[in-house]
Design a protein around this ligand. Structure first.
Ligand code: UD1
Length: 312
């Protein structure tokens, strides 16, 4: 049986992947430094071996990779505005961490690393949908850092033969996403505020759109990427999304129904580094992984609202 490592295991996406592996009865180790991750997210993951450690520390990477066959590398400071406020911290926790992890993975004889890429690498080019043949055009330090990680993945496949697969996530949302930070994803923030009867704020006119991707689709893509034949996927990158998009104003309308919020919506100045529209072409993941979304936006949002409502 394979042995798995999930980095960022106390974060939203890492926790969700780890839970799916644990549910399958796999041997799973998780690592997190709790900069963005939360101890509460480890509840229910008692079957996972957990290391508190920082990937910026090569010794922690070595300990985490020992005896592992497949790594899901989810650890990052996943926020555009956070990277605008502190680009060095983003670089340390995304770029240095990724390189240290790859070096340790290679030394430990890890077979495959599946990497959490980001749609932010496409930048604000007006072309829609975003497809993988497009030249990357990162416009925030976060996007630069996530792109550097992608390049390290491909280079480690090319020069060392380590199997790497890059999944470029598009605006992931769902249970366990932290709604409390100033850097939280918009749907998490809106769910929390609207359930509490507090007014949410849209930055800009609300006509910006996103390919919001429910977490189960991302977990599904990761499991497929771990299992796909190396000839097909090693050294490859592909979008992980739904192939549909929705504006923030429309999202607010749906959330009103789901939460019962009857108050107003506020508007404020647009955010620096923000992009207007984002929509993925998901054909490549379909061809290489047999991926297609398993939960649509509305159903995902319904489940998400219920999770925040339950106050877990
Ligand atoms: C970006 C990246 C994504 C990355 C994520 C991490 C793109 C296309 N995507 O997402 O890959 O994983 O950062 O954070 O670049 N907003 C509000 N009100 C709020 C909060 C946000 O209106 O209270 C707006 C933002 O200004 C933005 C949209 O909602 O226009 C989405 O914001 P957010 O959820 O932070 O994600 P992105 O910045 O799109």
């Amino acid at each position: 049986m394979a042995s798995y490592l999930v980095t960022g295991a106390a974060g939203f996406i890492g926790r969700s992947i780890a839970a799916a592996l644990v549910a399958r009865g796999e041997t799973v180790r998780g690592i997190d430094n709790f900069i963005a991750g939360k101890r509460a997210n480890l509840v229910g993951l008692e079957a996972m071996e957990f290391l508190e450690g920082d990937l910026a520390d090569p010794a922690a990477c070595a300990e985490a990779c020992a005896g592992v066959e497949i790594v899901f590398h989810e650890a990052a400071l996943a926020s555009v505005p956070r990277s605008v406020a502190d680009p060095v911290a983003t670089n340390v926790n995304c770029v240095d961490a990724t390189l240290n992890l790859l070096v340790a993975a290679r030394a430990a004889g890890v077979r495959r690393v599946v990497y959490a890429g980001s749609s932010s690498v496409y930048g604000d080019a007006p072309t829609l949908p975003k497809h993988e043949e497009m030249l990357p055009n990162p416009i925030s330090p976060y996007a630069v850092a996530k792109l550097a990680g992608e390049h390290y993945m491909r280079a480690f496949t090319r020069v060392y033969g380590l199997e790497t697969v890059v999944l470029r996530y598009f605006n992931v949302f769902g249970p366990y996403q932290d709604p409390t930070s100033q850097y939280s994803g918009v749907l998490a923030v809106f769910c929390r505020r609207m359930l509490a009867g507090e007014q949410p704020t849209i930055y800009g006119d609300g006509e910006q759109s996103r390919d919001f991707t429910y977490i189960d689709n991302v977990v599904h893509a990761n499991l497929l990427a771990a299992a796909a034949p190396a000839e097909k996927v090693a050294g490859q990158m592909m979008n992980t999304a739904t192939g549909t998009r929705i504006t923030l104003n429309q999202t607010f309308g749906i959330l009103r129904e789901l939460t019962g919020y009857s108050g107003q919506l506020g508007y404020a100045k647009g955010r620096a580094g923000d992009i207007r529209d984002s929509l993925a072409d998901i054909r490549r993941a379909g061809e290489l992984l047999g991926y297609k979304p398993i939960v649509d936006f509305r159903e995902g949002l319904r489940r998400t609202v219920e999770w925040y409502r339950s106050g877990v």
